[in-house]
Ligand binder design. Structure first.
Ligand SMILES: Nc1ncnc2c1ncn2[C@@H]1O[C@H](COP(=O)(O)OP(=O)(O)OP(=O)(O)O)[C@@H](O)[C@H]1O
Ligand SMILES: [Mg+2]
Length: 314
């Protein structure tokens, strides 16, 4: 049994917006799947459907073997959820919010667990405050703790590290890896490509309501941006002849800063860059090499699609 199995999910909102079209995906136990894709691609919609928060228009989905439409209660009992909204009970203190859920989850030592998580996130100082009196990042951490403290078999998190400082982000990622090692199936959305590349076993790239790519981060990188990029920041105007020479031999992605894709960036800088650029009289400010990574793959996929859309509008 798959921890999450979604088949041909379609979601059309009441105003006619098509948020998901024929989206299918599976998540195995003890793995982390990342949902990535541009704003408005449908990531939150998919998470909301799988966590029973909203209904799909058509398709099928099960979580831990339970149907998300017909067995909502059972689904809710086996998942941890951390959505994009600021859901919390503002009439209770931060501590009591967590304590309430620890009791609801039937944890053996609820007070101990809550105290332990607050200590791990160095958030003891907000325990007695109202959620109205804490920062956005602090609230996000509390929602994350609430979602994971009972080690649910399946965990859904919409942008777990948005708004968190780098230390807290790392703590969250460490927790995700720890949960995965304990067999939890995790599906989370993110715009942090370095994080997705680091922790995800599988990445699904959603764009315009569809999954364009699904695979390991390495597979997506390999398929979409085999080339390294050299970025050259300069002062002055790039002569047309130099641009032509570069375009004839490499893929010129941008002019200012000059971004060129190629197989061997270091070799280009050592051998070609000086001879090509020095004659142009440009003042070079900085030269950087970008190795292929998920961030580059993301931009490449997103821009490709964007230019296709523009063409179809023309
Ligand atoms: N309640 C709603 N009613 C109508 N349309 C909606 C509703 N919620 C979202 N949408 C639309 O559905 C599409 C998918 O939205 P969704 O929130 O799932 O995107 P997302 O991938 O999570 O984006 P982001 O990265 O910005 O969080 C978008 O076009 C959005 O405008
Ligand atoms: Mg979203």
């Amino acid at each position: 049994m798959k921890a999450v199995a979604a088949v041909n999910i379609q979601k059309i909102y009441g105003n006619g917006t098509v948020a998901l079209e024929e989206v299918s995906l599976e998540v195995e136990r003890g793995t982390i799947t990342g949902l990535i894709g541009p704003n408005g691609a449908g990531k939150s919609t998919l998470i909301n459907i799988l966590t029973t928060a909203i209904d799909m228009t058509s398709g099928h989905a099960s979580v831990y073997g339970y149907d998300v439409v017909r067995e909502r209660k059972q689904v809710r009992a086996v998942i941890g959820v951390c959505g994009q909204e600021r859901e919390i009970d503002f009439t209770l203190s931060v501590y009591d919010n967590l304590r309430f859920f620890a009791g609801l989850y039937g944890l053996d030592n609820p007070n101990g667990v809550v105290k332990d998580y607050l200590a791990q996130f160095e958030l003891e100082y907000i325990a007695r405050r109202s959620p109205m009196q804490i920062s956005g990042g602090e609230l996000r951490c509390i929602q994350f703790i609430r979602a994971i403290m009972h080690t649910p078999p399946v965990l859904f998190i919409d942008e777990p590290t948005t708004g968190l400082d780098p230390v807290k982000s790392e703590l969250v990622l460490e927790q995700l890896i720890r949960l995965k090692e304990r067999g939890v199936a995790i599906l989370f959305s993110t715009h942090e490509m370095n994080q997705a590349q680091k922790v995800c076993d599988i990445v699904c790239f959603l764009q315009s309501s569809r999954i364009l790519y699904a695979g390991t981060p390495e597979e997506i990188i390999r398929e979409n941006c085999l080339l390294e990029q050299v970025e050259i920041e300069y002062e002055g105007t790039l002569p047309a002849q130099v641009l032509k020479t570069l375009s004839d031999n490499y893929e010129v992605e941008r002019i200012q800063p000059l971004i060129i894709s190629m197989q061997r960036a270091e070799q280009f800088i050592d051998e070609a860059a000086k001879s090509i650029l020095s004659v142009s009289g440009l003042k070079i400010i900085d030269i950087r090499i970008h190795r292929p990574n998920l961030d580059l793959a993301f931009k490449k996929i997103a821009r490709r699609k964007h230019s296709t859309n523009n063409r179809s509008l023309a």
